[in-house]
Design a binder for this molecule. Sequence first.
Ligand SMILES: NC(=O)c1ccc[n+]([C@@H]2O[C@H](COP(=O)([O-])OP(=O)(O)OC[C@H]3O[C@@H](n4cnc5c(N)ncnc54)[C@H](OP(=O)(O)O)[C@@H]3O)[C@@H](O)[C@H]2O)c1
Length: 296
Amino acid sequence: MKKIMITGASGLLGQALVRTFGGKYEVIATAKSELPDALVNKVEFHQLDISDATRCKDLIQELDPDVIINAAAYTNVDGCEDQREVCWRANVKGVENLAVAARKNMALLVQLSTDYIFDGEDGPYGEDDTPNPLGYYGKAKLASENAVRVVGIPYAIIRTNVIFGTGIDVKNNFFLWLYNSLKAGQNIRVVTDQYNNPVAADDLALGIRQLVDESKYGVFHLGGKEYLNRYEFAVQLAEVFGFSTELIAPIETGELQQKAPRPMKGGLKIDKAAKTFGYAPRPLESVFNSLKNRLK
Ligand SMILES: NC(=O)c1ccc[n+]([C@@H]2O[C@H](COP(=O)([O-])OP(=O)(O)OC[C@H]3O[C@@H](n4cnc5c(N)ncnc54)[C@H](OP(=O)(O)O)[C@@H]3O)[C@@H](O)[C@H]2O)c1
């Protein structure tokens, strides 16, 4: 059985990866501090802050995984503008540490990246389109891709966008913010001018498992099935969950005064992953229905 080491296993995608690879692979979960209580004892766990080069080297040498999936990152896009050093340490230096440590046993490194490496002038984007990140988060993630490429190990770079879903003690994501606000009957403002193809954490994790099952290397875009703006996403969610769509006011991005610039027409073309390893994310309606059951 292949050994899979997952970093950032306490995060939204990390938890979905642990669930999805479990049973079929020997899974080793790692996280910066601890796993949520409900996950402890369900999976082999080791503490790992990926910005600690020595710890990365020692742990990877000890565990000798066949595949390392790096789902750890500093994911606060606006925070990355203010805390550039923190962002660089986790999102670039951490990735370089994993790549260098993986070289010893030539483990496959699967690195998560983002559509924020593109400027959003002309999305959705294909794997060969030219990156031009607008903000520091996107710049750092692009640098992380390059760090993986230059070390001389087998690698897969998975670019994704707007991962959503639920998990144990996970940070707020766009879906959870909408769900909690609408459920509480709060009025919210959602932008109509940011486009992408949001993907459920479980569908993304399954796509990554398909890639690992078939030992595919290179760059792949794994987004969701539908390309839409965030307002449309919010309205669809409200309809499936039975919340009032009147609570959702359409606005434009400029009104939010966010610190980091956002790509407007972002998103990712997923045809290459579909053709190469059968990646097939579910339609939004069916994802919302399954999340509705889970959140009951
Ligand atoms: N979420 C999205 O919409 C989105 C879109 C495109 C790409 N991505 C990429 O997809 C990947 C997974 O994202 P996600 O949504 O699952 O993020 P998440 O829920 O924020 O999880 C990230 C995890 O990384 C951990 N982490 C942060 N710094 C670390 C370090 N130095 N060492 C070890 N762990 C560290 C965090 O732990 P603490 O909480 O303890 O800090 C957290 O558990 C990331 O690479 C992200 O950049 C995400």
